[in-house]
Write a protein that binds this ligand. Structure first.
Ligand SMILES: [Zn+2]
Length: 288
């Protein structure tokens, strides 16, 4: 009898313990579900977020920045607002900076928010053949191959292009920028020269060109410029700092500065008349 009574007590205790455990296991889960449902319902009903989330690269957590920027720039579409805020254009240039990801990729972005470390030297740098370049100029192999193809076709067509600046090391850029800043002041220098680490030339994927006759700063006036306008994208090159896009790129229009991004990206940019910065936040950053 006593044994049976003990077994009953033990069984009873077991049932109570199992009961308590199930409460701990199941209840919080239910609560979690309720909470996440509440959150989804909240964003489902927010008219701003409903519109925002129709755009692939909308970041829900940046809702307030989007709204603030939209308030200040009423002429912009929602797509532009999201693009510009994702680029950090709601902050001043050279603030909110971070090291750029996608090192050694054709689609790497370097601008006034995304920089390269002082030790960064791109892989596979090669010399540009002297036929199409001043001496000592280098580009990353993939970009160099396409540059040579492009320059050789341009030459055949009668519109020569010569590289006069391409890969520049971090230290070279330090000296260059400091010289400009000393001559013109920091504010003016910032509109046409990059601070060290923030120069696209350090990627080894861009090139400043001229036609071999008139100075590179007047490249726009050459026939070679018109040839580049129609053909550069076919070789994966884009005009990186176009006219009228200074507020996005942070640089004055540069008719001589071309960036290699690959044929697919270059074609899209040519067709849609957007900057590489915009392309990057719309199509590249979300996949990184
Ligand atoms: Zn340049």
């Amino acid at each position: 009898m006593k044994l049976k009574k003990n077994i009953k007590i033990i069984l009873g205790l077991l049932i109570i313990i199992i009961g308590i455990f199930s409460i701990f296991i199941f209840i919080p889960k239910e609560n979690k579900e309720v909470k996440s449902n509440q959150k989804t319902n909240k964003s489902n009903k927010d008219p701003f977020l409903i519109e925002c989330k129709k755009i692939d690269y909308c970041k829900e957590e940046d809702k307030e920045r989007y709204q603030k920027y939209q308030e200040k720039n009423k002429d912009l579409s929602l797509e532009e607002v999201i693009t510009y805020v994702n680029l950090n254009l709601d902050y001043s240039f050279y603030t909110q900076t971070k090291e750029t990801p996608a090192l050694n990729k054709d689609y790497i972005l370097v601008n006034k928010y995304l920089y390269l470390g002082s030790n960064y030297i791109p892989e596979n740098l090669e010399s540009i053949p002297i036929e199409y370049s001043r001496s000592g100029m280098k580009l990353v192999a993939t970009a160099n191959k396409k540059f040579v193809e492009m320059a050789s076709q341009a030459k055949k067509d009668g519109f020569p292009i010569i590289a006069m600046s391409s890969y520049r090391s971090y230290d070279y850029q330090v000296n260059l920028y400091n010289r400009y800043a000393a001559a013109d002041g920091v504010e003016a220098a910032d509109t046409y020269s990059a601070r060290a680490g923030f120069s696209e030339h350090q990627t080894g994927l861009c090139v400043d060109i001229y036609d071999g006759k008139i100075p590179y700063t007047s490249f726009e006036e050459s026939n070679s410029f018109n040839w580049m306008k129609d053909n550069a994208y076919k070789y994966g090159f884009i005009l990186r700092f176009p006219k009228g896009k200074e507020n996005i790129t942070g640089y004055q229009y540069e008719s001589w500065h071309y960036r290699y991004v690959g044929e697919e990206i270059a074609s899209y940019i040519q067709k849609n008349n957007i900057t590489f910065d915009e392309y990057y936040v719309r199509f590249i950053e979300p996949k990184l």
